[in-house]
Design a binder for this molecule. Sequence first.
Ligand SMILES: [Zn+2]
Length: 120
Amino acid sequence: MHELSIAQNIVDIIHQYVPANERQRVRSVFTIVGEHSGIVADSLTFSYQAITAATDLQQSALVIEHVPFTVRCKECGAESRTEMGSIQCPACKGLDTQVLSGTELRVSEIEMEDEPKEPS
Ligand SMILES: [Zn+2]
């Protein structure tokens, strides 16, 4: 299951950036997923919940932001969103294009709960 290892990678990233004594305050983990990255969002969310259950990250939620698959054409310079991850330029039908976005997967932001207030 591809998504399980990706979810594990995301947890590793959180561990890298958030010290152990602050992980209980992690609330939202914003993840950018390209629409042509081959990742099934529901499956990734499920895997993340399964991995973090009964850990200090169990209160956190994975928030997935999709980015469209876009290419820049080296022939006519157009930047276009394409269907089904095609690299063909929709403007001039050229194939000499560069992928701009849509295949990436990265953690963009880790949102923490505020410091607990001292009881007054
Ligand atoms: Zn073109």
